[in-house]
Design a protein around this ligand. Structure first.
Ligand code: PRP
Ligand code: MN
Ligand code: MG
Length: 182
């Protein structure tokens, strides 16, 4: 196959739509975090593209840090119990933590991480997600900043993967069913 874009059924959110939304979210976050100790926390890998864009729309001095998690066993996504493969590098006391996610789906991973980080004594802890799939939620968790609410379709691009690929697609698309049903 010579072109990744041939695997896209249709564009769900164009680069322009995403950029406009990210700008708007960044503006709101800037207002809300005046006089804060903002630290953006990203769980690799899906949210890296969103983080890279939104951090430059946030006009307050902010730290960034990353976590790597993996699920225990194969029932990962159903249990929500995760193993911390790479933890944050600094203590969180007094910090205003904003967890940056690309998509909030069942909410299991995020609710685990949010509780874990909350136990470390930050001044505040909130969540910003570009996409929200509320129809898939398994725990009672809402993001504080949501870019777009999306239907339960197979979304790829702008960091979101299918089988670890398509993260480099610059927009958000729906994957053609024949790609994942072969
Ligand atoms: C995806 C996505 C979110 C999470 C959402 O990450 O990037 O982090 O799933 O799902 P949930 O709400 O059901 O927990 P994934 O675990 O696929 O890792 P990745 O970011 O490396 O793709
Ligand atoms: Mn992820
Ligand atoms: Mg993934």
């Amino acid at each position: 196959k010579d072109n990744m874009r041939e695997d896209v059924l249709r564009v769900l959110l164009s680069e322009e739509e995403i950029h406009a939304k990210v700008k708007e979210m960044g503006k709101k976050i800037t207002e809300d975090y005046k006089n804060s100790n903002l630290m953006l926390v990203t769980v690799l890998k899906g949210a890296v593209v969103f983080l890279a864009d939104i951090m430059r729309e946030i006009d307050v001095p902010a730290e960034i840090d990353f976590m790597v998690v993996s699920s225990y066993g194969s029932g990962v996504k159903s249990s929500g119990v995760v193993k911390i493969v790479k933890d944050l590098d600094v203590p969180l006391e007094g910090k205003d933590i904003l967890i940056v996610e690309d998509i909030l789906d069942s909410g299991l991973t995020l609710s685990y991480i949010k509780e874990l980080l909350a136990s470390r004594g930050p001044r505040s802890i909130k969540v910003a997600t570009l996409l929200d799939k509320p129809s898939r939620r398994k725990v009672d968790l809402q993001a504080d900043y949501v870019g777009f609410s999306v239907p339960d379709e197979f979304v790829i691009g702008y960091g979101l993967d299918y089988d670890e690929k398509y993260r480099n697609l610059p927009y958000i698309g729906i994957l053609k069913p024949e790609v994942y049903s072969v």
